[in-house]
Design a binder for this molecule. Structure first.
Ligand code: NAP
Length: 295
């Protein structure tokens, strides 16, 4: 039977480490601060930001929050980011996506000081990641790497097949696992919507990372026995047995793939809890680095 990788438990143990680090930093009068910026009234975005702010409070990280109306201009948002870049109490800046149509996402991501880019989306950090230089790793793929490593699964020498090539998950996942570094050194293949016969690739995988946004896409017939599966997908599907009328499923047909896998993440309770945890880790790292630069 497969090991079910418990993202909640792994996330909690990393959060305990972060809380300890925050206490150690406080003794050196360093108080990590994360600024969250929310533009508009998208309910899901409000929920995500609330959850990030709550986690900050739990870990002793200062949460600085700004809300702008959905009619906000790009100029106004960029002016706020410039203020946050200059504020020494702010070590990390998170602008919640998506943004209203009148604002260009790339312009906003590029405006964040790379030293405060705790999402790891600034082109400077993306480039550093590829070059194998110290940088902020994007939170979701960094969380997937931690799930593997902390479950005793070393990607070194393994064939990892990633399904999905988005800038926030698939591409950085590949960049992280191909590095000449501990917890990496994998042989990586990326599949996407133009890849014919994806099963032919996933069947060769020692480790599969599914990040597509297509419910139950990866079937048991597409994997080999003993595969390790990391399911990033979060899809809501109808379920009349639930009070809400729906339930959350991943990109992997868990009930059947679990019978062939050696280890697998569930949805919910797998990758999900890791993303915010890695954001907190990056914020604390940013605070430490800011002091090192000033000293
Ligand atoms: P995205 O930006 O929509 O990218 C999806 C990727 O999957 C694209 O590269 C797309 O290919 C590929 N794809 C879509 N349908 C496919 C198919 N039928 N066959 C092969 N490839 C296909 O999505 P994302 O932001 O990476 O998110 C992916 C999933 O992860 C979503 O369910 C999202 O909710 C979830 N997610 C979870 C977390 C978390 O914290 N747990 C964080 C981020 C995302 P093309 O490039 O060719 O279009």
């Amino acid at each position: 039977m497969a090991i079910i990788i418990d993202g909640k438990a792994i996330s909690e143990s990393i959060r305990a480490e972060i809380a300890e680090e925050v206490k150690r930093l406080a003794r050196r009068r360093i108080h990590p601060g994360l600024a969250t910026v929310l533009v508009g009234d998208d309910p899901a975005s409000h929920l995500y930001v609330r959850s990030k702010r709550r986690t900050c409070e739990e870990l002793g990280i200062t949460s600085i929050h700004h809300e702008l109306p959905k009619t906000c201009t790009q100029k106004r948002l960029l002016a706020l980011i410039a203020d946050l870049n200059a504020d020494p109490k702010v070590h990390g800046i998170l602008v919640q996506m998506p943004l209203p149509k009148q604002i260009e996402e790339a312009a906003v991501l590029n405006a964040v000081d790379p030293a405060k880019d705790v999402d790891g989306f600034h082109p400077v950090n993306v480039g550093k990641l590829l070059n194998g230089e110290e940088c902020f790793l994007p939170c979701t793929p960094a969380g997937c790497q931690q799930l593997l490593v902390r479950s005793g699964i070393d990607p070194a020498g393994k064939h990892v097949v990633i399904v999905g090539r988005s800038n926030i998950v698939g591409k950085p996942m590949a960049a992280i696992l191909m590095q000449k570094a501990p917890g990496a050194n994998a042989t990586v293949t990326i599949c996407h919507s133009r890849t014919p016969n994806i099963g032919a690739f996933t069947k060769q995988a020692d480790i599969i990372v599914a990040a597509i946004g297509s419910p139950l896409f990866v079937k048991a017939s597409m994997v080999k026995k003993g595969v390790v599966v990391i399911d990033v997908g979060q899809n809501r599907i109808e379920d009349s047995t639930k009070k809400s009328g729906s339930r959350l499923v991943g990109d992997v047909d868990f009930d059947n793939v679990v019978k062939k896998a050696s280890a697998i993440t569930p949805v919910p309770g797998g990758v999900g809890p890791m993303t915010i945890t890695m954001l907190m880790k990056n914020t604390v790292e940013a605070a430490k680095r800011s002091r090192q630069t000033r000293d």
